[in-house]
Every structure is written in C-alpha cells, then in structure tokens.
Design a protein around this ligand. Structure first.
Ligand code: GLA
Length: 390
C-alpha cells in the first residue's frame, strides 16, 4: 500500500530538472451515511491508507505542467488563460483544482507537478478526492497560502462539481483532507460541523472490492441525484420548514407521496432513514456497541439496495458472503454505489480468516477475484502535512 515517495521525488527531479516537494492525501471509506451528503445530511467516513502523492516544483514560464506517473502522460496549460474546459481525462481533476483555486482568488505561479497514486480507481474509495486534495495541498504550499479545512474541502468539491462535471457532495473531499488517525468522523454536510468518533479496538474494518467498476462522473450517480432533487423540491414546496431533505421526516414524505414519482419517493426514503441510522451509529460507537453498529450497517445496505437501487448483484453477493462469516458484525456497500467496494466490520482475530473465506466464496459464486484490505483509520492530508509526512 505504501507508495514510493522517494522514487517519485527522484523521477520528478529527472523529468523537470528541479527538486520538488511532496504532499500526500489518503483515500476514504464510508462506514455509514450514503447519498446523504448532497442534501445536507449526515455521513460517517474515515480516511484510509491508500495515497495520492503530488510533487511540485516551480517553473518560470507561467505554465502548469502535470505529469501522471500512473498514466505516463503529461499535460501543460498556460495558467493566465486557464478556462473551464474539461476533457474527460485524468488531468481534469488536478487542472480542475487549479481552476477552482483561481475562483477562490488564489493566484498560482508556474509549476511542474508529478502525481502518483495507489487508490483503486472506480472502487468507491474516492480516488478523485484523493487526487484533488493532494493537488490542492501542493498548489497551496506553492502559492504560500493556507486554507482551513472547510474551505479546502469546498474548493476541491467545486473542482469536481463545476470543472470535472461530477455532481458529488462534500463528504469525500472533507474526510480526505480532515481525517484523523484511529477515528471515524461524523460530518454534518449542511453545517460542516463534525465529531471524531473512536473505533472499537476489538474490530477491524475490512474493505472488499467487488471489482465491478463505477464512475461518479457519468451515469447512474447523476440519475439518482436528479431523482432525489425532484423529491426534495416537492417536499420543499409542500412542507413548511423543509429546505433540504435533511429537514424532512418520514411523515413529511408520506404526505407528499402522491406528488412525486415512485422512484423519488423511494430515494428520499433511503436518505431520511439513512440520516437516522448515522445518528444511531454514532450512539453505538460511543457506547462501544459493535453489534448494534453492525446491525445498522446491514440495514443501510438493504436500504441502498432496495430504496436507492444503487447496489448490484456482485456487491450483494459480497455482503451476503460476509454476513455468513463468523466474527463479522456488519457489511454494506460503500461509496457512490453501482459496484465498487463493501465495508465490513470484523472481529480482530477473525479478520485474516474473513479475508480468505470472502475471496474464496466470492470467486466461487461469481468467477471474480475480489481484492480485500484490512484498513485502519488514517490521517487526512492536513494532519499528514502537519506531521511532516507530506
Ligand atoms: C460519492 C460522492 C460523495 C457521496 C457518495 C455517496 O462518493 O463523491 O459525495 O455522495 O458518493 O454517499
């Protein structure tokens, strides 16, 4: 899992002829609270040990040059004439951050940047936010500017929403920037207030990749979001005091049922019940009640599958297999959905056996080899930079 930062610094020096500075951003897994962020709801992610590393050095020609070590490709832009012009290319993410910083009023002089990452792509672990935040950390240091967590996350989200064109919420950028080791974070996506929560010592978080790829920038994620927004606007119109879905109760939703499509009704029901589950999950963590936490994860998965229609047969199979294993408290799909990973909470001593059994049984059932990782909660980019791991 660990990237070779020294090698990237060496490669950067060789390619650009200048010594660079390295900045890191992790990936994230969401424990519970899915598709709630863009309606001001509650989420509970943690940062994990996959990384994007961005190495930056100055250049004198006023250009922004990005090199991706993963793709073996370079792109180059004149900073003073940078426009919003996404190309459907890996470079949209870092270039989008440069553009978004400009919108923020942060001027950036010419630079060369090398990017390298080991975050699995399309797996629902926020490879895009990891690239955005690593890029932002490097650009901000280059510009000599510091941004507080909420502004940093919002600026990166703007890159994704307005430059890349993916209608994502704030969760990923916020946790990737603001995560803290050994802690999950309950984030209120309306106020951006958050609480760091202890993870029980006797369990491990295991991430299983179904290897079915998803993309937030295209297709179903946007469709779901449209269905949610249609439902939300009916509620806003019909129910006093409801501005965002976050404000609505199941009673509000029932009252408006006839005024929205069956799809919008079901999507909104998922979100309203999911916000309640996040609050209960917080209580369970504070009480050290892993059984209760696991049961909430299982309910959250059923709601993502049935009401939100954002799972897929392979991921459902992964969850079913997980829940049959001894020592597994809870399992659910994590991230945007339509493939990607499951997150599982497993008794520590059972974790290694769990991984073996899930891989074996998943391959027998689907013919696909899953990747599984036992993950600890890691620091986000800001804490990594503070600790000198940049
Ligand atoms: C993706 C988005 C997030 C969030 C999740 C679903 O990861 O980037 O903003 O909406 O999906 O919870």
């Amino acid at each position: 899992m660990s990237l070779n930062e020294a090698a990237l610094l060496g490669a950067h020096r060789q390619r650009f002829g200048r010594e660079g500075r390295a900045f890191e951003a992790p990936a994230r897994v969401n424990l519970i609270g899915e598709h709630t962020d863009y309606t001001g709801g509650l989420v509970m992610p943690m940062a994990i040990g996959f990384r994007t590393v961005a190495v930056i050095s100055p250049r004198e020609d006023g250009r922004a040059v990005f090199y991706s070590d993963n793709y073996g490709e370079e792109v180059s832009y004149e900073i003073s004439s940078l426009e919003r012009a996404p190309r459907g290319h890996w470079s949209d993410y870092p270039v989008g951050v440069l553009w978004s910083l400009g919108q923020e009023g942060v001027g950036v002089g010419g630079f060369s940047m090398s990017l390298m990452g080991d975050v699995p792509l399309g797996a629902g672990l926020s490879s895009s936010a990891s690239v955005e935040v690593a890029t932002a950390m490097a650009l901000l240091a280059h510009a000599g500017v510091e941004l507080p967590l909420d502004q940093l996350a919002t600026m990166c989200r703007r890159a994704e929403n307005e430059y890349v064109g993916a209608k994502s919420g704030i969760m990923d950028q916020f946790i990737v920037a603001g995560g803290i080791e050994h802690r999950a974070m309950m984030l209120d996506c309306r106020s951006l207030g958050f609480e760091l929560l202890p993870l029980p010592e006797q369990v491990r978080v295991v991430i299983c990749n179904s290897m079915v790829k998803h993309a937030v920038a295209t297709g179903e994620y946007g469709d779901r979001r449209d269905e949610v927004e249609a439902g939300q606007s009916v509620l806003r119109h019909e129910r006093k005091g409801v501005e965002l879905l976050r404000d609505a109760t199941l009673t509000d939703l029932e009252t408006c049922r006839e005024k929205m499509s069956a799809a919008s009704y079901a999507r909104c029901r998922h979100i309203i019940t999911e916000n309640a589950r996040v609050l209960q999950a917080r209580e369970a963590l504070l009480a050290g009640d892993v059984d209760r936490f696991g049961a909430l994860m299982v309910k959250a998965h059923a709601s993502m599958r049935d009401d939100f229609a954002a799972s897929c047969p392979e991921v459902d199979t992964l969850v079913d297999i997980a829940m049959r294993q001894a020592g597994c408290f809870g399992a659910r799909i994590t991230g945007g959905g339509f493939g990607g990973c499951t997150v599982n909470v497993v008794r520590e001593e059972a974790a290694a056996g769990f991984v073996d059994a899930v891989k074996r049984e998943y391959e027998a059932a689907t013919g696909i080899k899953a990747d599984c990782f036992v993950s600890a909660a890691s620091d986000g980019a800001l804490a990594l930079a503070k600790a000198g791991v940049r």
